[in-house]
Design a protein around this ligand. Structure first.
Ligand SMILES: C[S@@+](CC[C@H](N)C(=O)[O-])C[C@H]1O[C@@H](n2cnc3c(N)ncnc32)[C@H](O)[C@@H]1O
Length: 280
């Protein structure tokens, strides 16, 4: 089996990454929309991604899986026209509210990876930021390229993410590792090279600390992320949070006493000349 070209390897990595019961439907993302919009404002991820995209003045962007506008809105604020696409009406609602609040315009379209995109506008750069959530990697890359005049950028988990805290998973007895976390990224990178693309690779890294207004909310946040499957896992997670929780004497805010090392890996490649790619 040649891992470089085997699409089953991606399908397997994708299935492991999202899990059998993982929140992946439109309704699941709708339910997360409000919290996602709030939390993702506080991370340095977007600043680092914007630097990596290195957009020229006047370049516009096709933002696939745009979510609540975490990338679309800052790009619009920097003067870039943005086409934002997502399948979740809840996320698109948050995006519209955020754009209004920021005083910018973003053209938004409700569409999934699987839908027909032929009528969607093209842009200079097509981006899928933390949103390559599909079992069809080749189809997704081709679709992004079909909407990009210059280049495509994709970011994927390269280590721990806000949704995957390795310490929490290990405390529940799960075989969690950074290597496992990188599986999808490695599969995508292999696929891109094997299919003749030459992506440049960078890593967006930053520390993250869990915090919440109270111990109860901290435990709830940990549970909704680590998703214990039975009483034993729930108990192990609760004891872990109790052991690591600290309270700020001034604000009363709760935090865990360690930092996660968040890593998102970013691949950027030029849109291939269509004839050159197929005659390769
Ligand atoms: C983790 S969020 C990323 C949002 C944003 N790009 C960012 O980096 O902050 C993933 C987004 O992908 C969207 N999504 C998930 N599956 C999708 C699908 N099959 N088609 C279109 N969008 C999808 C979700 O609705 C969600 O907004």
């Amino acid at each position: 089996m040649d891992l470089l070209v085997d699409s089953a390897y991606w399908a397997d990595a994708y299935r492991r990454a999202v899990g059998e019961d993982a929140p992946g439907t439109k309704k699941d993302w709708d339910a997360k929309a409000r919290g996602f919009a709030h939390k993702s404002r506080r991370s340095s991820y977007i600043d680092q991604l914007v630097d990596l995209l290195a957009l020229e003045p006047g370049e516009n962007v096709f933002d696939m899986g745009a979510g609540s506008g975490t990338l679309s809105i800052p790009l619009a604020q920097r003067g870039h026209a943005v086409v934002a696409v997502d399948f979740s009406p809840g996320m698109l609602g948050e995006l519209a509210a955020g754009a209004r609040e920021a005083g910018v315009e973003v053209s938004a379209f409700e569409r999934s990876w699987q839908d027909d995109w032929t009528d969607l506008p093209c842009a200079d750069v097509a981006v899928a930021s933390r949103s390559l959530i599909t079992d069809d990697l080749a189809g997704a890359c081709a679709k992004l390229e079909s909407k990009a005049r210059s280049r495509v950028a994709v970011t994927m988990p390269g280590g721990e993410t806000p949704m995957v805290d390795l310490r929490m998973l290990r405390t529940m007895g799960r075989p969690a590792s950074e290597q496992e976390q990188r599986r999808g990224f490695v599969a995508a990178l292999n696929y891109l090279f094997a299919s003749g693309r030459r992506p440049s690779v960078s890593h967006i890294a930053y520390p993250r600390r869990w915090h919440a207004p109270s111990r109860k909310q901290l435990l709830e946040a940990a549970e909704s992320t680590a998703r214990p499957q039975d009483a034993a896992e729930r108990d192990a997670l609760r004891r872990f949070v109790e052991r690591h929780a600290t309270v700020d004497a001034e604000t009363g805010e709760c935090a865990l006493d360690y930092e996660q090392n968040i890593v998102w890996s970013c691949m950027i490649w030029p849109v291939p000349e269509r004839e050159a790619r197929f005659s390769d």
